[in-house]
Design a binder for this molecule. Structure first.
Ligand SMILES: Nc1ncnc2c1ncn2[C@@H]1O[C@H](COP(=O)(O)OP(=O)(O)OP(=O)(O)O)[C@@H](O)[C@H]1O
Length: 474
């Protein structure tokens, strides 16, 4: 997430909200600080139980977004940014997008600066494209990197999302230099042809139309072509050691140059180091308005890159058959991950499958109800005031009109037959936060026969198949 209007944002060294190596955060132990942005600090972490020798998952990245002491408007922005990250992360998985494992709210009464911070647990990358550009991108890697960004964008756009903050800082790299788009704090799902974002972004990557876009009640309207413009700037940077095609000493001056170009008063001037094929590709991405840019979708750009590689063998600076094969794979993967197959690709990207069909009547597991209120946990009389509700619809607000008549109490054990990872976000009395819900069976004769328990109401995490997304109750 980036805000152009936050001068003086604190750095990691002068903040009291920085976690030392060895700090426990949820089920994770911080191993080191990776870096800080304006609103968040990112750490490498390992699973807490790995210390005991268990074979847990590899290192992750924890993005910690403190909310303490912020003005209400800033706190709302952070919550909104986290909501977008979680929304996208739980619904649009792909190998070219950094994976989100879970999110929660930190309870740290002894560290007021961190109490209430939002934590995103992400797949860990080894660096960013910005670092690589600063160090000098090896010629052979340039084409494959751009192809990887196109792959990620093609999947995002095909799934109906706009990234809205594409820049080299948000293109992370895996161990093998594979691209992982990240930072979905401004990402928006399209409603029809547009999505809406807060009036934020990184000036150097904003398309001309964003500079004049009116701010409505929902925010500023954006379309996938905004990401394509940003891609044009990134392509130019990759081939010109970080140079912008728009000259000026500051982002605002470069923004003025963008306007001159968009209004036809100045030509597009690219650095002579950008090879002809990439120059043409970047020029199409940098078409001056949405209508001229719209035909150049991420998918069509990817197909052009693959064709170029096939035609030249060395067109991306990479002439080996291995790399040509990689570009073909990119096109294939994009085709497979198009709109129709989005759900399948999303599951595959998380390393799982959509699981066996759910068989109602044959529960695959159980969950023990947990009441975050200690006073309720200590009594066994099933007092009405300590009962908990189960939702009718996990996609709607968890309010009194959305609960079944059957109540449950702390320590009740319920049969659960599937889980929904991306339902309504629920925050409990201990500030644990989750979008996960379990479908549980109610006693025989209950109507309806099943209801939904939010994951924050249990400590159990049984291995369950994914539930079909409920629609009937909406
Ligand atoms: N999943 C990750 N794995 C490894 N490093 C990461 C990961 N996510 C972010 N980082 C790194 O952590 C640092 C801070 O990232 P963060 O997203 O908080 O801020 P930023 O992108 O640098 O700035 P801002 O989003 O405020 O413009 C950056 O150097 C970024 O490359």
């Amino acid at each position: 997430m980036t805000s152009p209007d936050r001068p003086g944002a604190p750095t990691a060294s002068d903040r009291t909200d920085v976690l030392a190596a060895g700090s426990e955060v949820g089920d994770w132990v911080v191993t080191r600080l990776i870096g800080s942005g304006g609103w968040s600090t990112v750490y490498a972490a390992r699973p807490a139980d790995a210390a005991a020798g268990s074979s847990g998952p590899a290192e992750v990245a924890l993005k910690v977004m403190p909310t303490a002491g912020l003005a209400p408007r800033q706190a709302r922005r952070i919550m909104e940014s986290a909501r977008r990250e979680v929304d996208l992360g739980s619904r649009v998985g792909h190998p070219r997008l950094i994976g989100l494992r879970e999110s929660f709210v930190l309870t740290a009464p002894d560290r007021p600066a961190l109490d209430g911070a939002i934590v995103l647990v992400m797949e860990r990358a080894v660096g960013s494209l910005r670092e690589l550009i600063d160090a000098g991108v090896p010629e052979a890697d340039r084409g494959p990197l751009i192809a990887g960004i196109c792959e990620g964008l093609a999947h995002l756009h095909g799934s109906g999302w706009v990234h809205a903050d594409l820049k080299p800082e948000n293109v992370l790299l895996g161990e093998d230099r594979s691209v992982k788009l990240s930072d979905f704090g401004l990402a928006t799902e399209l409603t029809g042809t547009h999505g809406y974002v807060p009036p934020m972004g990184t000036l150097d990557y904003l398309p001309p139309e964003r500079w004049r876009a009116p701010l409505g009640e929902l925010g500023v309207r954006v379309r996938p072509s905004a990401d394509i413009w940003a891609l044009g700037i990134v392509i130019h940077e990759v081939f010109s050691a970080g140079g912008s095609p728009f000259s000026g000493a500051t982002p605002v001056a470069r923004g003025a140059a963008v306007q001159e170009y968009a209004q036809g008063r100045a030509p597009l001037r690219m650095d002579h180091t950008v090879p002809p094929f990439w120059r043409a590709l970047a020029a199409d991405c940098l078409a001056p308005n949405h209508a001229a840019r719209a035909p150049h979708t991420a998918e069509s750009l990817l197909a052009r890159i693959a064709a170029h590689q096939d035609a030249t063998g060395a067109g991306t600076g990479a002439g080996s058959g291995r790399r040509r094969g990689r570009a073909r794979t990119a096109v294939l993967a994009t085709a497979l991950c198009g709109v129709a197959a989005a759900a399948l690709c999303s599951d595959a990207a998380r390393g799982g499958s959509s699981g066996p069909p759910v068989r109602v009547g044959a529960p695959a597991g159980t969950v023990r109800v947990f009441n975050a209120e200690r006073s309720c946990r200590e009594r066994a009389d099933r007092a009405a005031g300590c009962s908990l509700g189960l939702a009718v619809d996990p996609l709607r607000a968890y309010t009194a009109d959305n609960v079944v008549p059957t109540r449950v109490w702390h320590d009740d054990v319920l049969a659960a037959d599937c889980e929904l990872p991306d339902g309504q976000p629920i925050i409990d009395e201990e500030a644990r936060w989750s979008t996960r819900w379990f479908r549980v069976r109610l006693p025989a004769g209950s109507a309806p026969p099943t209801a939904w328990l939010p994951a924050v109401r249990t400590k159990d995490r049984p291995a369950l198949p994914r539930c079909p997304r409920p629609t009937a109750a909406r």
